[in-house]
Design a protein around this ligand. Structure first.
Ligand code: AMP
Ligand code: MG
Length: 490
């Protein structure tokens, strides 16, 4: 028999208390609605096989193929600040790992594949809407160059799931560098299982941070590496207006990828207090709160790692503190470097931070669209700011700022055309606007129409390119189109 997928399951080789072995539950009538063929090829998988009958039943969890070793992983986590010692994959089942064409190990996981020992009161299933949201958002993030889990496939199950109403059921095939979370370390720390902590840390070092293995304090170096990865990741979110929405410690990947696309959304007009998630009543995970929350989460990781960091606790706390304290500096450096580029500044001047801050404050007061402001500044790199100006309800204030920016640009050596090209390549024209995502979900869920989903995916695959005929997709929502709340869909 041909080996369809060359699985090599390193996580399943860890001790049994790391996971529960569990098979997906078969569904009534699997139908493939989307396969990411380019990603399949990158993973070394045959898209034609995946689209064929054997592939589709695998993607639905109806049959296990040779080499798969399905498990639900155990983890804990702080959810909205409160600790749950026992969470785990309640509706996601890891089929196994493959090594992709670039030699990177990747998880293949079915999300919505049926109950597991960690399901608690949940049904183990996913509705079509959240599956499409995750597909669109995660693929958009990948096209924007942000580290993220990926979407390999979506299938309809032919069954309904009960949420507030009955909804079509679906399964997403998620690809990740790994599904190890801050909460995975917390799971063992809460049980004072130092042996498991060490095994997990060794696994993570070998898999994600091999460069730290040889030093004299590898576990501290691991913490430092995760702090650096998360600082960079959250800076990238901030630079494109992405709001994760549920930055619980069980939703933060140790590998530094964006993971767990629940109520996430992109901000339209700039306001650091922006929140979409319907369950985030106090704005804990608002756009502007994401950096301090990432730091808070990393502090929880540091606490979990304490038994590995030094013999005596006082020492361990001191070195952990120091590692975590690096976050702000690293985050600020990535953020400012990113904003400089967004403004076409390729040299550094002492007042750049003030210039960036002044723009953001002007945008906030003027309700300017975050994405379009930077895109139109790129267009205006050679012009007078007119097209950008109309995004602001406080145009005079914008004019002042624009004058300062023009002056600053005179210190740059790039030609205006070169600057414009550089700015266009990092300031997207197209983001997954929330009203567009909701329209895609509605068409699919209410009318079985997947054409809007396909079209949106196509637009977002090239976020930096002008796409004649698709200008509508760049437009912010009109007042009556605004979607104010998003839902986890669990
Ligand atoms: P999330 O909000 O998706 O990060 O999920 C938080 C926790 O709830 C995780 O342990 C999930 O596995 C679990 N969970 C979410 N939805 C379901 C569901 N429909 N059935 C079972 N468990 C779920
Ligand atoms: Mg989660």
């Amino acid at each position: 028999m041909m080996i369809a997928i060359p699985f090599d399951n390193s996580y399943a080789r860890l001790p049994e208390r790391f996971y529960a072995a569990v098979n997906p539950t078969a569904v009534a009538a699997p139908r493939l609605i989307k396969l990411n063929e380019a990603l399949a090829r990158q993973l070394g998988l045959d898209p034609d096989w995946l689209k064929g009958p054997d592939g589709v039943v695998m993607l639905a969890g109806n049959s296990l193929i040779e080499g798969a070793l399905p498990i639900a992983t155990a983890y804990a986590g702080h959810q909205f600040g409160g600790f749950s010692p026992q969470l785990g994959d309640g509706r996601a089942i890891l089929l196994g790992e493959v090594v992709d064409r670039d030699g990177r190990r990747r998880d293949i996981q079915l999300k919505g594949a049926g109950p597991t020992p960690f399901s608690r009161r949940g049904d183990g299933r996913a509705a079509l809407g959240p599956v499409l949201r995750e597909y669109v958002l995660s693929e958009a993030m990948a096209a924007l160059g942000v580290p993220t889990t990926r979407a390999l496939a979506a299938v309809l199950t032919g069954e309904t799931v009960r949420r507030e109403t009955l909804l079509p059921g679906a399964i997403l095939t998620r690809i990740a560098a790994s599904h190890i979370r801050i909460g995975t370390f917390q799971f063992f720390a809460a049980r004072r299982d130092v042996e498991a902590l060490r095994l997990l840390a060794d696994h993570v070092i070998a898999r994600h941070y091999p460069q730290v293995a040889d030093g004299n304090a590898p576990y501290l170096a691991l913490l430092e590496a995760v702090v650096a990865a998360q600082a960079d990741l959250v800076a990238r979110w901030m630079l494109i207006g992405f709001i994760h929405g549920v930055m619980n410690t069980d939703n933060m990947s140790i590998a530094g990828e964006t993971i767990d696309y629940g109520p996430c959304a992109f901000m339209d007009s700039y306001d650091p207090a922006t929140v979409f998630s319907s369950i985030d009543e106090h704005g804990r995970y608002a756009y502007g709160n994401q950096p301090p929350i990432a730091l808070w989460n990393l502090t929880r990781l540091a606490e979990a790692l304490l038994p590995l960091l030094a013999e005596d606790q006082e020492n361990a706390v001191a070195v952990a503190q120091e590692a975590v304290n690096r976050f702000n500096e690293l985050f600020q450096a990535s953020l400012i470097a990113g904003f400089r580029q967004k403004l076409g500044l390729f040299t550094e001047a002492p007042d750049d931070v003030l210039l960036i801050k002044a723009l953001l404050e002007t945008m906030q007061r003027g309700h300017a669209d975050f994405t379009l402001t930077f895109r139109r500044l790129s267009n205006d790199a050679v012009g007078n700011g007119q097209s950008c100006r109309e995004l602001f309800t406080n145009p005079a204030e914008f004019d002042d700022w624009h004058g300062r920016w023009q002056q600053r640009l005179q210190q740059e050596s790039l030609s205006a055309e070169e600057r414009q090209r550089a700015m266009h390549s990092i300031n997207p024209l197209f983001i997954p606007r929330n009203h567009r995502v909701e329209a895609v979900i509605e068409a699919a869920t209410e009318r079985g129409d997947l054409a809007p989903f396909e079209e949106l995916l196509a637009v977002l695959a090239k976020p930096y390119d002008e796409q004649p005929g698709r200008e509508e997709y760049a437009r912010p929502p009109a007042v009556h189109e605004r979607v104010l709340a998003t839902f986890c869909g669990t």
